[in-house]
Design a protein around this ligand. Structure first.
Ligand SMILES: Cc1ncc(COP(=O)(O)O)c(C=O)c1O
Length: 434
């Protein structure tokens, strides 16, 4: 090419959660039975869509209007419904025009970061859900600016570290909060959230908050939605139906803009996001139409509570199986449906391995782990996959130097769940001691 056509941030766009599937599928073809514990899709893990939910959606499927475009911001009655839900809590107050719908939060994330000025940075958690950290890094064409989530303190944000990142980096214009968190499963207590909002206020920053898991909290943990504590700080709060419905294929998420008119620059920025959506016309119509009817359905709360209690049971089973293994830092998951496990420093090295029965599978794994630059946790993940078929995601692919893995808690069959975690525990012990 006579001109470089590659975007400056192209190298920052990685999504190991799906990349690892390519490896798993290769090994599957060689005869390995694979247990997919890498991706947060409840439906892919066998979650049955309840009949009442299908009936509600079917009702809207029969209406012609569900097949048309909708307004750029989204369907007005649905935005009114959502704004009322926020306002009823008594915190920050919003109107329907403070809400914009997107084709899933993935779309919202790429617009929210994509339309930030190149030189303005949003400090993101480390580890971080890759869609956020990659989109932020890609917009800047540089490595993400991160604050530490502390595995020795329930994976809570380290507020001192966050303040340092802000103070010594004048390019930082915003803070990203994911609560409950992916990949750690942490649920942040009120005082931590208040500390983060206070830092935004002190340094004149805005907040981006991802609350896609806000209604998936268990083990008696408590948190608050951002709308309760934001005060007068400008913020973009992300919500969606992919996780709590369960309907990730709807591609339906939205942003709620808090204090959108308090700062002219913030107002202009939010307008640019709206204009970007306008160029695309609008987001998916059908799920927006069905959303209020689904949320207010008499079965909705019971259905969600049943799922949440299942994740609670699984979080405890997983914790009990892994917590006493030497060399690991293990925190019980309290929200969302992921668990992140870190290896203590120095536990992993590039000589460790697991026995793999099939010659071809072994050769494939060895080829992968011998690729230059393969991180030590990726090496572990490939051996685990080759030896047991369990597919997890290396923690180092979530914008962190920490070595470990992320695993989902979505397996519905409890016996199978125990078996999978038994294989992980056994694999870790044998790998560390090999
Ligand atoms: C924290 C977080 N935000 C956003 C998303 C993406 O959601 P959507 O399906 O709406 O694109 C995910 C998906 O796993 C997630 O974990």
């Amino acid at each position: 090419m006579r001109t470089d056509i590659v975007h400056i941030g192209a190298g920052e766009l990685t999504y190991e959660i799906r990349n690892i599937v390519n490896v798993g599928e290769k090994l599957q073809k060689l005869g390995i039975r694979t247990y997919w514990e890498n991706i947060g899709d409840p439906v892919a893990k066998g979650e049955e869509i309840p009949r009442w939910m299908k009936e509600v959606v079917a009702e809207f499927v029969m209406q012609d209007a569900s097949y048309g475009y909708c307004p750029t911001r989204g369907i007005l009655s649905t935005r009114e419904f959502l704004a009322e839900q926020v306002n009823r809590r008594g915190g920050v107050q919003i109107g329907p025009d403070d809400i914009i719908f997107f084709n899933g939060l993935g779309d919202a994330i790429s617009k929210v970061f994509g339309f930030l000025r190149r030189t303005a940075r949003v400090v993101v958690p480390s580890p971080s859900y890759t869609t956020h950290s990659s989109a932020e890094a890609a917009h800047a064409g540089d490595r993400p600016v991160c604050y530490r989530l502390d595995p020795a303190n329930h994976w809570y944000p380290d507020l001192d570290d966050l303040e340092k990142r802000i103070k010594y980096n004048p390019a930082v214009a915003g803070i990203l909060i994911i609560n409950p968190d992916n990949p750690t499963g942490a649920v942040y207590p009120e005082e931590i959230l208040r500390g983060m909002v206070a830092l935004a206020k002190k340094y004149d920053l805005f907040i981006i908050c991802d609350e896609v898991y806000q209604n998936i909290i268990y083990n008696g943990q408590k948190t608050l939605p951002l709308s309760d504590l934001i005060g007068d700080v400008p913020a973009i709060n992300m919500r969606g139906i992919s996780k709590e419905m369960p309907w990730p294929g709807s591609r339906c998420g939205w942003i709620e803009v808090y204090n959108g008119h308090h700062d002219p620059m913030f107002e202009k920025y939010v307008n640019s996001i709206l204009n970007a959506k306008m160029v695309e016309v609008c987001s998916t119509t059908l799920p927006q139409k069905a959303l209020p009817a689904l949320i207010t359905h008499p079965e909705y709360k019971t259905h969600l509570a049943e799922r949440v209690s299942r994740y609670e049971r699984c979080s405890n089973i997983a914790y009990d199986i892994l917590k006493d293994i030497d060399g690991l830092i293990v925190n019980r998951t309290n929200g969302a449906f992921y668990m992140s496990v870190a290896f203590e420093e120095g536990v992993l090295n590039d000589k460790q391995s697991l026995p793999i029965a099939g010659k071809d599978v072994r050769a494939q794994v060895e080829e992968l782990v011998n690729k230059p630059g393969t991180s030590l946790d990726k090496r572990f993940v490939y051996y685990l996959l080759g030896a047991t078929g369990v597919c997890v995601v290396p923690l180092s692919s979530f914008a962190t130097e920490l070595q470990g893995f992320r695993v989902t808690l979505l397996e519905r069959d409890e016996e199978k769940f125990r078996m999978i975690f038994g294989m992980i525990a056994d694999g870790i012990k044998r790998y560390i001691n090999s």
